[in-house]
Design a protein around this ligand. Structure first.
Ligand SMILES: C[S@@+](CC[C@H](N)C(=O)[O-])C[C@H]1O[C@@H](n2cnc3c(N)ncnc32)[C@H](O)[C@@H]1O
Length: 259
């Protein structure tokens, strides 16, 4: 049975370039086994053959791997620190900030930062790159329509100012969209952007093996501009940041140590 899963992992990598061996095995295998069984496949071999022939099944499979939950201002206290401490620090003497929201899912994170800049730093120029491995969530992000649940941490005045309500849906204001570029990017495979002042990468590294995380931290550190900052999720503290040339700046914020 283990061989069945291992060979499935290899075939998925060859056909989709998603390397499941770099995601924590027990968790991923449990998720995929329950999906496979729900669809009535005895083993991963027959499941893979079916994925190759059935787009719906394939979409469902990618959805199961990618866990797309997100929300605006997720963990609001950290976003306060971003506003009160980190952005003023980065904005000091910069013509334009380069910001990368990696594994951005349906866009709540890049829109949160765009909204924060527009509201509190109107003179700060910034370009925001928002990436994810999953094209489907990026498409939703570009459209920018959300359920109220995704906005529950946003202060009411910001919700009213930056969203238009239609029924039970909320359309993000187009003024937040113009400086965001949404693009597909696989953290395990693709080249990283360089000279980035702020990388926001939250609630995805928890799914990866230690060795995959190790590579990603190295890549993030070299992607950062001098004094650049990495903002991670609230269960994702880095235990030996100096190993990657990073130092703790505030809880869940790490700054590049300049050589
Ligand atoms: C739980 S969401 C996190 C969304 C957002 N960052 C937040 O914290 O609210 C995890 C996202 O990671 C993406 N993801 C998973 N593996 C990835 C990879 N190898 N490269 C880039 N993104 C990946 C998924 O598609 C999903 O949208």
């Amino acid at each position: 049975m283990t061989d069945d899963y291992q060979s499935f992992i290899e075939k998925v990598y060859t056909s989709l370039q998603i390397d499941l061996s770099q995601y924590k095995e027990a968790q991923m295998k449990r998720r995929l086994t329950s999906l496979r069984e729900k669809r009535g496949f005895q083993d991963f071999g027959t499941y893979f053959n079916a994925l190759n022939k059935d787009q719906e099944l394939l979409n469902e499979f990618v959805d199961r791997i990618t866990i797309n939950v997100s929300e605006f201002y997720r963990n609001p206290k950290r976003w306060e620190v971003l506003k009160d401490t980190i952005i003023p620090l980065l904005n000091n003497n910069k013509q334009e900030l380069s910001i990368w929201s990696a594994a951005c899912s349906t866009g709540e994170e890049p829109y949160s930062i765009a909204l924060m800049l527009k509201e509190y730093f109107p003179n700060c120029k910034a370009k925001i790159l928002a990436t994810d491995i999953d094209e489907k969530v990026l498409e939703k992000a570009r459209i920018g329509v959300y359920q109220e649940q995704a906005l529950k941490e946003l202060p009411l005045e910001l919700k009213t100012k930056y969203f238009k309500q239609a029924g039970d849906q909320f359309q993000v204001d187009s003024s937040l969209r113009y400086n965001i570029t949404f693009k597909k990017h696989n953290l395990l495979e693709d080249k990283y952007p360089q000279n980035v002042d702020l990388i926001i990468c939250r609630n995805v590294l928890i799914y990866f093996t230690d060795s995959a995380k190790d590579n990603i931290y190295h890549n993030f550190a070299s992607a950062l501009a001098p004094n650049g900052v990495l903002f991670v999720g609230s269960t994702e503290q880095i235990f030996s940041p100096t190993k990657y040339g990073l130092q703790l700046l505030d809880t869940f914020f790490y700054q590049k140590i300049n050589d």
